[in-house]
Design a protein around this ligand. Structure first.
Ligand SMILES: Nc1ncnc2c1ncn2[C@@H]1O[C@H](COP(=O)(O)OP(=O)(O)O)[C@@H](O)[C@H]1O
Ligand SMILES: [Mg+2]
Length: 245
């Protein structure tokens, strides 16, 4: 089973100063997939991404990358091929679009290789390409989110982790971002894990989804099955049985 998984968490638990944020979660990202992690605020979605990326302290359980156990360390992940685009579209607004992209390619020593990669990434983002010399502060919210994703792509990730890319965007822009996520998956062959709070329209764009609640996985499956079961409504209305313990 292991070899077809790009990333796998087995029984991962995380505490923050005595607060249990994750309680024995099993989550996999298979090669070529787009997977959603959904659930209410505080469910532990960001902590899943942070534990994969070496930012959250793992108490117990294991993380594997391409079938091999790893100890996630933040500075090593991009070299392995894992990129995290954190919540809150943190682009450097006083830098130009090109300069922001260069930061995403910090590990690429060869300038001509870096330039080639930046051109390649910009070809997928026409709005950014035309403004490549402009400061990021001149971009709209949606364009800044696209820039945050584009910056992650410069490193050429095999696994891309996106934390709430839709936050604060208009419904139209949200659809554009989700469509771009699928395009990145298809055209660049990246396997993608995307966290969202409660945006059902995301399910149209993913292969599989996990629903988290209070640090546990409470449902997993194909989007259609999750929608039929009404699990999202139950979780968000607090009508799911509290997990034992
Ligand atoms: N740095 C931190 N210190 C203490 N508690 C934290 C920290 N980060 C997250 N938590 C807690 O861990 C739980 C899960 O948080 P998080 O993974 O951010 O949830 P989500 O992304 O689903 O909203 C929440 O109860 C949150 O308050
Ligand atoms: Mg979060």
């Amino acid at each position: 089973m292991g070899e077809e998984n790009i990333l796998e968490l087995k029984g991962v638990s995380v505490h923050y100063h005595g607060v249990k944020a994750l309680d024995g979660v099993d989550i996999a990202l298979k090669k070529g997939e787009v997977v959603a992690l959904m659930g209410p605020n505080g469910a532990g979605k960001s902590t899943v991404l942070k534990s994969i990326f070496g930012i959250a302290p793992i108490d117990s359980g294991a993380v594997s990358y391409k079938g091999r156990p790893i100890t996630p360390v933040v500075h090593g992940m991009s070299g392995l091929g894992v990129v995290l685009v954190p919540q809150g579209r943190r682009v450097f607004t006083s830098l130009t679009i090109e300069e922001n992209l260069e930061i995403g390619g910090f590990s690429i020593r060869d300038r001509s290789e870096l330039k080639k990669r930046m051109d390649d990434v910009l070809s997928a983002f026409p709005a950014l390409k035309t403004k490549r010399k402009a400061k990021a502060r001149a971009l709209s919210g949606g364009e800044q989110q696209m820039l945050a994703i584009a910056r992650g792509l410069v490193a050429g990730p095999e696994a891309l982790l996106l934390d709430e890319p839709s936050l604060g965007l208009s419904p139209r822009m949200v659809k554009e971002v989700f469509a771009k996520i699928r395009e990145i998956n298809v055209k660049r062959g990246a396997s993608i894990m995307v966290v969202e709070h409660n945006i059902k329209s995301l399910l149209e764009f993913v292969d599989r989804a996990y629903v988290l609640d209070r640090g546990r996985v409470v449902a997993e499956g194909a989007p259609g099955r999750l929608l039929e079961g009404g699990i999202l409504e139950k979780v968000f209305l607090g009508k799911l049985e509290a997990p034992a313990g």
